[in-house]
Design a protein around this ligand. Structure first.
Ligand code: UDP
Ligand code: MG
Length: 165
């Protein structure tokens, strides 16, 4: 089944210069990258991304982590597309808890648990198709993706935006 999945290289991954390693590991999947960018994560984006974790005791720490307060204020966001993309990427990521993750997986090799109990696990990857759709639409606009993953519409907006001077 052809799928798309959202991948985030989290701020610890960027701080530790792991971008190249992570992308190399993910290339084993032979999936296509159909979108990629560096994002400065706002509190609003962090809250929406982790809306399902709202009741966890580590929620505030988790927001600070993904916003880069402990590392660098940036995340690399990508969309991988292809046959069984979701499970292929998750397999290379490894388990959520880096101590339980296969040592050869990205999280097993590079993740850690902070003294505050947060799993700094280097990478995010969508867990199912519904989550992938929600997350991709949260992190990317249709024009930032080189293929038509979901139906989109043309909207006319009069907006002010920055342009090259
Ligand atoms: N997390 C954590 N402690 C936990 C569970 C989750 O610090 O007991 C963090 C971890 O960074 C994880 C993120 O919250 O990646 C989202 O949790 P989820 O259960 O969705 O795990 P994932 O889908 O990322 O494997
Ligand atoms: Mg998850």
């Amino acid at each position: 089944m052809t799928q798309q999945t959202l991948v985030l290289i989290k701020p610890d991954g960027l701080k530790k210069s792991l971008t190249g390693n992570v992308l190399t590991r993910l290339s084993e999947t032979k999936l296509d990258i159909v979108a990629a960018k560096i994002v400065k994560v706002s509190r609003e984006l962090a809250e929406r991304h982790y809306a399902h974790m709202k009741d966890k005791p580590f929620y505030e720490e988790l927001l600070k982590y993904i916003m880069g307060e402990y590392h660098k204020r940036k995340v690399m966001a990508l969309i991988y597309w292809g046959e069984d993309a979701i499970s292929k990427v998750r397999a290379i990521c490894g388990s959520t808890n880096p101590e339980e993750a296969d040592p050869v997986s990205i999280r097993g090799a590079y993740g850690r648990i902070t003294t505050k109990g947060v799993y700094e696990n280097v990478i995010h990857a969508s867990t199912n198709e519904e989550e992938a759709e929600r997350e991709i639409k949260l992190w990317f606009q249709p024009d930032e993706i080189i293929s038509n993953l979901y139906p989109a519409k043309i909207v006319k907006e009069k907006i002010e935006k920055r342009a090259w001077a």
